[in-house]
Design a protein around this ligand. Structure first.
Ligand SMILES: [Zn+2]
Ligand SMILES: [Zn+2]
Length: 364
């Protein structure tokens, strides 16, 4: 059987539409007809050659939802439901080994030293193949954790669950958020929007979103996900932003700051928002950005603050993010702002630069 996929063969070029053959399925493998592939900020980094994990040529797309087209053997999803052809599924983009120190002793599979990621670490020469979501089909290995999704949620709405939704849940969980705490979220992208909903569900007090005036639509949308205050960072001096946050917290500052903007500049300002005892969760930085200046004495030591990096996610986080979407309390369908066909993959990747676009989706 032949199929088409969008392939990055050279950085900053294409992607090109290429035709490939699908080889027969091995035991436990699933062939999925992709209904929707999410376009992520990471895809732009991959396209530009900024992600050190990439080997070309490769099929991008690590966020996907689709219909089981074929499978070999009996497969259960992570909720214990049998999977059949015709079912709509999503899956953990990361495939872990289960045997390394981090999988088996630390029980933090997102740190697995052998972690492979569909649409990121695979080249077209690797198996399983096809292995990215900018494609009509993807083949999932028997080690892939999959979840059946209800037919009532559209595939475009499901795609961000597997990447930004899951990573965002991971960050909120590790922050140890307690009821009533004040949270600052830097960056009204999918990570930040999901984080607002998770913080709201956990009983956060004030949820302050910081972002640029160029992202006004996204900032306003964040209000429907539990954000209580908006701070436009390019319309207010840092001092005034800090004053505002302090005015809401009895002069203390934010208990938790989530960096979800993906820039070194966000860390430079975010450190000042922390209250004494505050926690800073750096989540959005997914490619090397160099060093960042931190006022160690004022912002860390004197505050007894902690700074924590958050790296990707595991299946537990994916499931929690899916449950948040299934629960229908928040308008996650509003995250999807543009739809592209497979041949428009290049435009879809470019669209990530548009600050009005929250989530672009390719629908092969
Ligand atoms: Zn992503
Ligand atoms: Zn492992």
């Amino acid at each position: 059987m032949k199929f088409e996929a969008a392939v990055i063969e050279k950085f900053n070029r294409g992607p090109e539409i290429r035709e490939f053959d699908i080889s027969p399925l091995g035991e436990g493998e699933i062939l999925v007809r992709i209904e929707a592939a999410g376009v992520c900020g990471s895809d732009l980094h991959i396209f530009e050659g900024r992600d050190p994990r990439i080997r070309l040529p490769m099929i991008p797309g690590h966020e996907g939802a689709g219909i089981v087209a074929d499978m070999k053997g009996d497969v259960l999803d992570v909720r214990g439901n049998p999977v059949h052809p015709g079912d709509r599924i999503i899956w953990d983009r990361g495939v872990v080994c289960g045997r390394c120190f981090y999988c088996s002793v630390e029980k933090k599979p997102f740190l697995c030293i052998n972690r492979k990621v569909y649409g990121i670490t695979f080249s077209t020469a690797d198996s399983p193949f096809p292995n990215g979501c900018y494609s009509r089909y993807i083949k999932l290995s028997s080690l892939t954790r999959i979840v059946k999704a209800g037919a009532d949620i559209s595939p475009e709405v499901l795609v961000p669950v597997g990447c930004s939704g899951a990573t965002s849940f991971h960050a909120v969980e590790e922050s140890g958020l307690r009821e009533g705490e004040t949270v600052v979220i830097q960056g009204p992208g999918p990570l930040g929007i999901f984080a607002a909903a998770f913080c709201r569900n956990r009983g956060a007090g004030h949820i302050i979103m910081t972002g640029s005036g160029k992202s006004r639509k996204r900032m306003e949308l964040a209000r429907s996900f539990g954000v209580t205050h908006l701070v436009y960072r390019d319309e207010m001096a840092l001092e005034s932003q800090l004053e505002f946050i302090k005015s809401l917290t009895g002069g203390r500052g934010a208990d938790i700051v989530f960096e979800m903007a993906g820039s070194a500049g966000a860390v430079e300002s975010g450190q000042h928002f922390l209250a004494r005892g505050g926690r800073y969760m750096i989540t959005g930085i997914a490619v090397p950005v160099g060093s960042v200046g931190i006022d160690v004495y004022e912002n860390l030591v004197r505050k007894n603050a902690s700074v924590r990096g958050v790296w990707v996610s595991d299946t537990s986080h994916l499931l929690k993010a899916l449950e948040a979407v299934e629960d229908l309390r928040y308008p996650f369908e509003k995250l999807v702002s543009r739809r592209f066909s497979l041949v428009e993959a290049g435009q879809a990747i470019e669209s990530v630069k548009d600050r009005d676009v929250l989530k672009s989706v390719i629908m092969p």
